[in-house]
Each structure stands twice: as structure tokens, then as C-alpha cells.
Design a protein around this ligand. Sequence first.
Ligand SMILES: Nc1ncnc2c1ncn2[C@@H]1O[C@H](COP(=O)(O)OP(=O)(O)OP(=O)(O)O)[C@@H](O)[C@H]1O
Ligand code: SF4
Ligand SMILES: [Mg+2]
Length: 338
Amino acid sequence: MILEVNDLSIDFATAQGPLHAVRGVSFTVDEGEVLGIVGESGSGKSVTAHALMRLLPGNGEVTGGDIRYRGESILAYRGDRLRAFRGRSIALIFQEPGRSFDPIYSIGRTMTETLRAHRPEIDDEEARRRSIELLREVHVPYAEERLSNFPHQFSGGLLQRIMIATALASDPEILIADEPTTALDVTIQAQIIELLLELKETRDLSIIFITHNLALISGVADRIMVMYGGLVLEQGSTEEIIHRPRHPYTRALLASILTLGDHHTSKPLHVVGGGVPNPLRPEPGCPFAPRCPLASGECTAGIPPLRHDGTLHRCIVDGVKPEDFYARVSKRSQALSS
Ligand SMILES: Nc1ncnc2c1ncn2[C@@H]1O[C@H](COP(=O)(O)OP(=O)(O)OP(=O)(O)O)[C@@H](O)[C@H]1O
Ligand code: SF4
Ligand SMILES: [Mg+2]
């Protein structure tokens, strides 16, 4: 195991009081493994990713838990130790290419500066040579000629590849890809995913792939973790999560995408009504209770504990068959629309 996150909680100080963005999240990442983190907007995916790099903004604070990288807690790292960790261990591909590239610098300049920041001992010529190698590794055509081009001269797909090449400049062991393909069309998305899977093999990389899209992640991840309201509601192998999900929220997410198996029909998530919880005032119990077709009074008594049965999931109701669950969803949907 390369990374171990234990009971991690993160708050933000806001004018309205503390905002509980991440609440007791635990997971591990093994060498050469792809972990998918999936959830609706605001569920705490990016905040978790930034905490792994020790990149929380000034008003964010880890209020509990631990992050261990190769057995060592990274939360106490400071100064040179922190810089070395950030540079060499985990790299992040941001949601927006704009955060990785300055429009006034050629991509060659951005890449050589990144390389030299990680390895001050190399000279300009060596940094240039390495940049070309990295661009070739991510299959950017005419790598040498294109070093002098500016970000706006590239298509979204190529820019995404250059962003991945830049992230690889530090030879990381873990690559975090935060919604790397959202702005791209489906064919280009598939090509970027193919590239990430290729790099996983050639570099023995571990990848944390963050997305809203359960269908997309099912083709990439070895394991999937489903987040909602800052909590992990379910995690397990991709096979279990896609074909035998236990948690009502995962089932609702699956129902909202096109058929992946016989019992998953294409019902949109809005059939369960409502929106994501307010992190300033979280529900006292299960965060999914206001939208869950199986909710009862018991569900709001406290946050349901995680239970292990096929997957690890946080729901007090057990053993509801998928067909019965979808019948309840349908009934609720009709009630909501009448
Ligand atoms: N700097 C900040 N100050 C206050 N609240 C913040 C800050 N950054 C994030 N949050 C809040 O933390 C919660 C989790 O945000 P996060 O960015 O992790 O969501 P996400 O799951 O990545 O969503 P998306 O899919 O939209 O990217 C949200 O309620 C968000 O508004
Ligand atoms: S604990 Fe209750 S509200 Fe939450 S998912 Fe389970 S049944 Fe639904
Ligand atoms: Mg995000």
C-alpha cells in the first residue's frame, strides 16, 4: 500500500461559520492501482485531493484523521520535507487547464521551469530534452517544434496531454486526475483515458481519478469510492459497485446513467428529487435521507456506520433487492411529479 487515508476531516472557515467539506473519509491506494472517486458537485472530491498534496487554501484545515504516504504521516511535513514530498510523490492534474498554464508562456517554458523546479541540478538544454521526451511519451505530435507554442494554440485534448506530461515531470508515484476530461468531447475523453491507462502500465503509476461520471470511471478504475456530503457512502471493487451496488445513492447514480447491467435502467437522478446537502448545516443523520426512497425516521438519528458486505457502505437498511429499490424510486418519482 502506497497511500493510506484514515478518518480524514476537513473544515473551511467561512463568514457563515465552519463548513464541513470532508467528514471522516478513509481509503487506501495500492501501487499501480486506479482508484475512482465519484460524486455530485460539492461532495468533497477535490478538497480531499488537495489535502493529499497538502494544498488546502488558507481557510481550510484538517480537523481530524491522518494521511500516510509509504507509512509516514504527511500532515506534519514542513519546509524542505514538504517541498520534496510535493515534488516527487504525488502530482495533480487540475480540473481547469488554465490553472496549469500561464497564457503568456510557451508550453516549453512552463515545462522546462517545472522540470528545473523539481531538479535544480539539470541545465536548460537537459530540461528541454526531457520536455521533448515527456511530450512524446504522451503522444503530442511534432513535440520538438511545438515547444515554442502557447497554450491557446493547442486543442483541448492536446493541452490535456501536455498537462499530463508536465505532471509527470517530477516522476510521481501517484497521479491525481481531477475531472481531467469534463471539457472534452467523448472521443477525446476516451483517448485521454487510454493514455492514463497506458501510463499506469509503463510507469507503474497509481492513479486517483475523480469524476461525476460513474459510467466513465467504470472503464478505468480498479476500485470506486462514492462520496456524498463529505462522506464516503460506498466503496468497493469496480465489479461490485457497478454490478452489485448496496447503497441507495450508488444505485440512484447508476440508474441515472445508461444501462450497464440488466437491472440498471436509464432513470435520471432527479427521480429521487432534491439537491446535495448544505455543508454548513449537514443533516444530523444520513446525508442522503432527504432524497432517499427508503428513508425512515431511524436514518436521521445519526450518521450510519460503515458496514462490510460485498462493499463497504453506509446505510442502515440491508437486503433491499435492486428491483424493489427501483420500484420505490419510481413511486417516489411519480409522487414528486404529481
Ligand atoms: N476555499 C473554500 N472555502 C470554503 N468552502 C470551500 C472552499 N473550497 C471548497 N469549499 C467547499 O467544500 C465543499 C467540497 O468542495 P469540493 O471542491 O471538494 O467539491 P467536489 O466534489 O470537487 O465538486 P465538483 O464536482 O463540483 O468539483 C463544497 O461545499 C465547497 O463549496
Ligand atoms: S441510511 Fe436511510 S436514508 Fe440513508 S441511504 Fe440508507 S435507507 Fe437511505
Ligand atoms: Mg472538484
